[in-house]
Write a protein that binds this ligand. Structure first.
Ligand code: PXL
Length: 282
């Protein structure tokens, strides 16, 4: 069994970050160890939240894992609360990253043209250098604009999206995937790997729920770790996220409680199994 480590916050309520990564990657048959960077009562999209910063715990946890010779088949970072925390996580990656194991950075910074409330102005600049060397990144449109220094455009054309993806790859990323691209009533992801583009769109649902990006990112990584190639992994993650959004659309409490992906984890497992079967039949 593969074992990865995910470094991001633990929000007790709100189906995001580690509480999305651990169940989704578990469904992919991967052990997802979690190192919480902060402990929050609920994610920062609620009107108020309590947060306990765990920055000072990161180096001792890393040192202890090294002492026990624990290693990982992948490193996955998500929401990072501060620039200082990014420095500690970069050091963790320097110590634990092995050639050939995926370094997956979800550059979580904001949505709908706005940075998340708790982040500082210098966060995007630090994130720009942090993503260099990543195998996979999964910004939404807001984050792609922040990373590439563009002013926010809620609905970039396919051409503009491709330009941003190429710019992200030029920053030292192997597979850049932008979520939230929409065209003709469809919504989904566009990816760029080795100068080639791949696109997967599903019908657009007007449902805003937190944690959607975290579920997509975790599902993408799970599929890659199960052996899917990048375009197939992106398609599985897009279709699974769509199933979860469709399910969530019926929920009156979705605005704060986050995406209800748990009831459709079975769909994700079926898609992973079907992709594996297609590969073994080929
Ligand atoms: O889903 C992204 C996310 C992760 N972690 C925390 C957040 C958010 C988005 O609001 O507040 C703490």
């Amino acid at each position: 069994m593969k074992r990865i480590v995910s470094i991001q916050d633990f929000s007790c309520v709100g189906s995001c970050s580690l509480t999305a990564a651990i169940p989704v990657l578990s469904a992919a048959g991967v052990e997802c160890c979690g190192i919480p960077t902060a402990l929050l009562s609920n994610h920062t999209g609620f009107p108020t939240f309590y947060s306990k910063d765990l920055t000072d715990e990161l180096a001792p946890i890393g040192a202890q894992l090294k002492k026990e010779h624990i290693d990982f088949d992948g490193i996955y970072t998500g929401y990072i609360a501060s620039v200082e925390q990014t420095d500690h996580i970069e050091e963790f990656i320097r110590q634990f990253h092995k050639p050939g194991t995926p370094l997956f950075i979800d550059p979580v910074m904001g949505d709908n043209g706005r940075m998340y409330a708790a982040l500082s102005e210098d966060h995007p600049e630090r994130m720009r250098s942090f993503i260099s060397g990543a195998d996979i990144i999964t910004p939404n449109i807001t984050e792609a604009c922040l990373l590439t220094g563009r002013s926010f455009n809620p609905s970039p054309t396919l051409h503009e999206t491709k330009e941003m993806l190429l710019a992200l790859c030029d920053m030292g990323v192997r597979f850049a995937v932008m979520t939230g691209f929409s065209e003709k009533g469809m919504l989904g992801a566009v990816g760029c790997f080795d100068g080639q583009f791949t696109e997967c769109l599903t019908p657009k649902k007007d449902v805003a729920c937190s944690g959607t990006g975290d579920v997509f990112a975790s599902a993408l990584l799970g599929a890659v770790l199960r052996g899917a190639d990048y375009p197939t992994a992106m398609e599985i993650a897009t279709r699974f996220t769509y199933c979860a959004v469709e399910y969530t659309a019926e929920a009156p409490d979705r605005r704060f409680y986050g995406i209800h992906f748990q009831p459709v984890l079975g769909e994700y497992i079926s898609m992973l199994d079907a992709a594996e079967k297609r590969r073994s039949d080929d």
